[in-house]
Design a protein around this ligand. Structure first.
Ligand SMILES: Nc1ncnc2c1ncn2[C@@H]1O[C@H](COP(=O)(O)OP(=O)(O)O)[C@@H](O)[C@H]1O
Ligand SMILES: [Mg+2]
Length: 206
């Protein structure tokens, strides 16, 4: 699997958010997409995931498995939680949706929550979690899925310094274990955990 962008551009009205982006990213790798707030990081992740149509150029997922990208394992970290389910159940939903048996899904969920330091929240319903706790639950869910491609949008924005390092280290391990992790962040310390830092701001014509 490879994510390839050629001369990719995004325009809203007459204003180009970004233009002329070229990249080819494949697993195993950890890529940080950086740039100031409003530079188009979230939009670029949307284009990569296929949920947003680019204005120029193209961005495709080349799959060697001869399968649709969805079955190659796309996980977007910041999708909603089921508020009346526990944190553990929410994390286990990641692998369950990928047809991993329930017992293994729960085991993976426990393991990822421990890695992120939120194992004490296992039985707490999602609606009672703080913003930072929810953020780590969504990261744990993405990691427990063991997807080939993980898209993480500002996964540490609500976290303190220690929790940030835990999340960045966990994403780093996912890449070391064979995933392509693409993370949008405006936090330079977190971006430094990646193999490649792709600064969208430097490539933008306004
Ligand atoms: N659907 C849209 N229509 C018009 N403008 C948009 C739309 N989506 C995003 N934008 C513009 O793109 C800018 C950057 O968006 P975003 O990708 O969220 O940046 P970042 O994630 O780097 O903060 C926003 O400030 C907004 O002006
Ligand atoms: Mg954003």
């Amino acid at each position: 699997m490879r994510i390839v962008a050629r001369d990719l551009g995004m325009r809203f009205g007459s204003r180009w958010l970004f233009q002329g982006l070229d990249f080819a990213w494949e697993p195993p790798s950890f890529v940080s997409v950086t740039g100031p707030s409003g530079s188009g990081k979230t939009t670029l992740l949307g284009v990569i995931s296929g949920s947003i149509q680019a204005s120029a150029g193209d961005c495709i997922a080349e799959t060697d498995e001869n399968r649709a990208p969805s079955s190659a394992g796309w996980i977007v970290q910041n999708s909603p939680l089921l508020v009346s389910r526990t944190a553990l159940e929410n994390v286990a939903l990641g692998p369950l949706f990928r047809r991993v048996p329930q017992s293994e899904s729960l085991a993976r969920a426990e393991q990822e929550m421990a890695r992120l330091g939120i194992e004490h929240l296992a039985n707490v319903r999602a609606k009672k979690l703080s913003g930072g706790e929810r953020q780590r639950v969504t990261v744990a869910r993405a990691l427990a899925s063991q997807a080939r491609l993980i898209l993480a949008d500002e996964p540490t924005s609500s976290l303190d310094a220690e929790a940030k390092v835990r999340v960045a280290t966990a994403l780093r391990s996912a890449a070391d274990d064979g995933a392509l992790v693409i993370m949008a962040t405006h936090d330079k310390d977190v971006a430094a955990f990646a193999d490649t830092v792709f600064d969208i701001g430097q490539r933008t014509t306004r």
